[in-house]
Design a protein around this ligand. Sequence first.
Ligand code: LLP
Length: 430
Amino acid sequence: MHHFSHDDSGALLAESVPLVKIGAEVGTPTYVYSEATLSRHFSVFDGAFREVPHLICYSVKANSSRAVLELFAKFGTGADIVSGGELARVLTAGIPAERIVFSGVGKTREEMEAALVAGILSFNVESEGELLVLGEVASALGKVAPVSLRVNPNIDAKTHPYIATGLADSKFGIPIEDAPRLAQEVSRQRSLSLVGIDCHIGSQLTSIEPLLEALDSVLALVDVLRAAGHQHIEHVDLGGGLGINYKGETPPHPNELGDAVAAKMAGRSERIILEPGRVIVGNAGLLLSRVLYVKRTKDKTFVVLDAAMNDLLRPALYGAHHEIWPVQKHAGGESIIADVVGPVCETGDRFAEARKLPALQPGDLVAIMSAGAYGFSMASSYNSRALPAEVMVSGDRFSVVRRRQKIEDLMRDETVPPWYGTESPKGGQP
Ligand code: LLP
């Protein structure tokens, strides 16, 4: 459930704020988030696991904006991070180090050091090579690194191949059959301690069965490891992945997962960790954009927006579907079938193909829905387009939480080689 809806006059509101007001005052393209939706999604997800000792480690990559992180920090969330940048962000937002898990197949020594110094809850280790480097880095700092082995349970998450991570041919995780050997390696090293077992099988899952299958595999592994003498396993981390409704999907309610997990964890001592991203933020944000042109060719109608694939990459990268809503509905208005595209010089810069829409005119505002997850966090400045602004809405208030990037910002970190000023160029055009 989210708090974006049209009122009786056909105006689209974010909570009680008309989006036309945000469009006029902040400009477009702009990401708009609903605080009430973020709060509700967080508390529903957290509440779903009330029967079991648990920790929610919000997956920061889904939306790492400061206003989102600080809101979740107030709720007492933990964080699932994948880089030194995300570590710095979550610590700055006030998420305590002892609630942070660090995932990812390519952690650098510097990132490991920063996380060890901060004192994070666990490193989700994804290979033997990484384990050995972590041991070295921890030993050099005189610390003990808490390790959770991320295993790959070889389960088909039945999702888009780009976001499936639990099959044997994936770059993620340690083949589950190798885990006992790596656990022995952890025991051998004084600078490592095995505190958990972890998995993440994919994203935008619309059924809980693959997650439960993964949990069964992980729990069976924990039992084997305990029997082999690894007594310090404190947690089992099931990763993230619960899907949302983009286009009429019917993903399971978090309670369904919570109840099933509680049943499997009954009588066990481990705490369960979850790393949800999309399910919390996905439907809590939209991308507000303005129609620049309506272009008609012999075969097609194109609605050209001022937002593009650099602002919201999901449709171009995954062929993902996002609903597109008019910001002002007109009763009984005509409709068109159009491709909705952006200004970037790529054929793939398309938000929708042959979509039925109200007859839009240049200057009209539209909302690209379900853009709160992997929206701004995947934005780039391709085509030298400045990054969009972000706005947080709460009730009848709104605040710009990231100003629109300026063109000067785009060029700020660049320079030219010093010899450009002293030598005349060789070659080139006369
Ligand atoms: N934990 C780990 C280790 C992950 O790799 C991910 C997502 C999550 C948790 C959170 O998954 P979620 O609950 O959001 O499904 N850019 C893609 C999604 C990539 C997901 C990457 N990993 C998209 O826009 O669909």
